[in-house]
Design a protein around this ligand. Structure first.
Ligand code: SF4
Ligand code: SF4
Length: 344
């Protein structure tokens, strides 16, 4: 446990000794009274001092292919040391990691393994990883662990990857700015209703943070979990793809992923492959250069094709890179077209 970063005391007009604080880590900006926690369940006000309950705790650590984040244009074929802590600032009804993300909020329990930034970086180096990923639940809420770890990782020659719901505060993004190299951010839908009713959040801050990330210069990829009956209309998919094209750039890869019933959303089946193929086609028709299907192993659209000549330049199956077919150098197709990415 450690004192939290990014919060301020709030003095109300009736009581100048008020111990209430306001957290500034994510776009909820929770006002937290003494003895209580914020929405994420892992930041607690103790006598006017906000504490992070996950500044030294992880609940998951694995060595993953970077493609699993998913990042398809960032150091492909490398491994990334991936960590996550309990808790999340959102409460998505379809969360595939609910046992990790919702336990602090639902039951107050913060379970995990004690760890320091030095130990994480050492373990990452010893594993042979090229990067550290802050992932699984929501890295924003374990900022006090992620921030010093990312700084140490840079000193150790490792890259840092953020896999996030994109609901952090701009102040949080600014602090992370110099230390994060790539991000995969969820754009879960394109309506405020969806974010409010299905996630307990808002769409507008996510859109603003996506624009902010482009300005920071991180390598960015975007993921949309396509859920039958909730965000799978052509109109909504067109709006998402158009936002990516117009505000983030047509070169930003878009991953459209298959939903599987889980957590509170078990009243419908998995996303039909045909729906995902429609989303994929929508992305290409709108003008996105790189659209990928997720959670459909073996589907041809996991590979990267040159948008100019159509030839496959990076061949994938699931999270595995099977081979590359570049021209004169990695990142340049044989037709001469440059495919954007980092360390092809
Ligand atoms: S991180 Fe977000 S949800 Fe958690 S206490 Fe801070 S403002 Fe609230
Ligand atoms: S943002 Fe991600 S981890 Fe958090 S509740 Fe939603 S799906 Fe789960």
């Amino acid at each position: 446990m450690a004192e939290a970063l990014l919060y301020k005391p709030l003095k109300n007009s009736q009581d100048s000794r008020s111990a209430t604080v306001q957290c500034g880590l994510c776009a909820h900006y929770c006002v937290i009274k003494d003895g209580t926690r914020g929405k994420c369940g892992v930041r607690e006000n103790r006598s006017g001092v906000l504490h992070s309950l996950v500044a030294d705790v992880i609940a998951a650590a694995n060595l993953d292919p970077v493609e699993k984040k998913p990042l398809f244009h960032f150091m492909p074929g490398t491994r990334t040391f991936s960590i996550g802590a309990p808790g999340c600032n959102l409460c998505c009804s379809f969360c595939q990691n609910a046992s990790l993300s919702q336990e602090p909020r639902a039951r107050g329990a913060v379970r995990g393994q004690r760890v320091t930034p030095e130990e994480i970086v050492r373990a990452a180096r010893e594993s042979g990883a090229a990067s550290i990923s802050y992932t699984y639940s929501e890295p924003t809420i374990f900022f006090e662990l992620m921030y010093p770890t990312a700084q140490l990782a840079v000193q150790a020659g490792l890259k840092n990857i953020l896999v996030s719901n994109g609901f952090m505060s701009p102040e949080c993004l600014e602090m992370l700015g110099p230390y994060i190299h790539a991000a995969n951010i969820d754009l879960k839908a394109f309506t405020e209703e969806f974010y409010k009713e299905r996630c307990g959040a808002r769409l507008a801050p996510v859109l603003e943070n996506l624009r902010h990330i482009v300005r920071l210069g991180w390598w960015l990829e975007v993921t949309t979990l396509v859920i039958p009956g909730l965000n799978d209309t052509r109109e909504e998919l067109v709006r998402i793809a158009t936002f990516i094209r117009d505000e983030l750039g047509a070169q930003v890869p878009w991953h459209v992923s298959r939903f599987h019933p889980c957590h509170e959303l078990t009243d419908r089946g998995p996303t039909p492959t045909q729906t995902l193929e429609t989303a994929w086609q929508v992305g290409l028709d709108v003008g996105l250069a790189y659209v990928y299907l997720g959670n459909v192993p073996g589907h041809g659209s996991e590979s990267t094709s040159c948008p100019s000549c159509g030839e496959v330049v990076v061949e994938r199956n699931g999270f595995s890179v099977l081979g590359t077919h570049w021209g004169e150098r990695p990142g340049r197709c044989a037709c001469g077209h440059d495919v954007p990415g980092v360390d092809w």
